[in-house]
Design a binder for this molecule. Structure first.
Ligand code: ADE
Length: 230
């Protein structure tokens, strides 16, 4: 079995690479891909760079070139739901692109013909995440994640995304990775740890908590991998 572990930024995959004693690095299409054996399975690990386009490219390459059969994404997100605080974990049940807009043609936000507003994450891995959470004694919230090519640092925009998509958190890669995995029939799991509240203080909070929140998420994702290989 080959599992892809993906992040958007170096900080999001560094804690995962640190856990591996050895890996092989391949440069391809402007990114580094790290391959390792881990507890009898193969891993491919990469960070895509920020945003929907780069994450689409990386997810596709992990599947099509490196042969990943499952994909787990680890990273940070801005909170929409008031119950999510810095450092809390959210597992995506489904994801939408909040900046996809052809409403001028009568379509809902996040929709284009032959697509869908929401893409659902793999139910088995979501179930597994409940076991991992209980093993680790951690609270993990399930919810909707909204993705767009914007760092949201504005209460009004955040609230609009929350009410339009019933979203609990927002970030910049999840829904594009979801579209790729769904199209290629690869089960996926998207986990995020909160770094900020997507409000006027978001950029300061993000800078302060990126590293610690990324570690929270990466540790959980590695425990997910451990469960998958059991
Ligand atoms: N990732 C983490 N915080 C974010 C925010 N406020 N907007 C977009 N992506 C994020």
């Amino acid at each position: 079995m080959k599992i892809a572990i993906m992040g958007a930024m170096p900080e999001e995959i560094a804690p995962i690479l640190e856990k591996l004693s050895e890996y092989k690095t391949t440069q391809y299409a402007g990114n580094a891909y790290y391959e390792a054996s881990y507890k009898g399975i193969d891993l491919v690990i990469a960070y895509s760079k920020i945003g929907k386009v780069f994450s689409t490219l990386t997810a596709t390459i992990m599947i099509e070139r490196f042969g990943a059969q499952k994909l787990l994404f680890s990273g940070v997100a801005g909170a929409i739901s008031a119950t999510l605080k810095v450092g809390d974990l959210i597992v995506a049940t489904k994801l939408a692109q909040h900046d996809l807009d052809i409403t001028a043609f009568g379509h809902p936000f996040g929709y284009v013909p032959e697509g869908a507003v929401f893409v659902e994450a793999d139910k088995e891995m979501i179930l597994l995440s409940k076991e991992v959470a209980s093993d680790m004694g951690k609270m993990v919230q399930e919810g909707v994640i909204a993705t767009g090519d914007q760092f949201v640092a504005n209460e009004e925009r955040k609230n609009w995304i929350g009410s339009t998509f019933h979203a609990d958190a927002l970030e910049m890669e999840g829904a594009s990775v979801a579209v790729v995995c769904d199209a290629l029939n690869v089960p996926f799991f998207i986990l995020r740890s909160i770094s900020d509240a997507a409000d006027m203080d978001a950029s300061f909070s993000f800078d302060e908590f990126l590293e610690t929140s990324a570690v929270e998420s990466a540790e959980f994702v590695m425990k997910m991998v451990d469960k998958l290989v059991e």
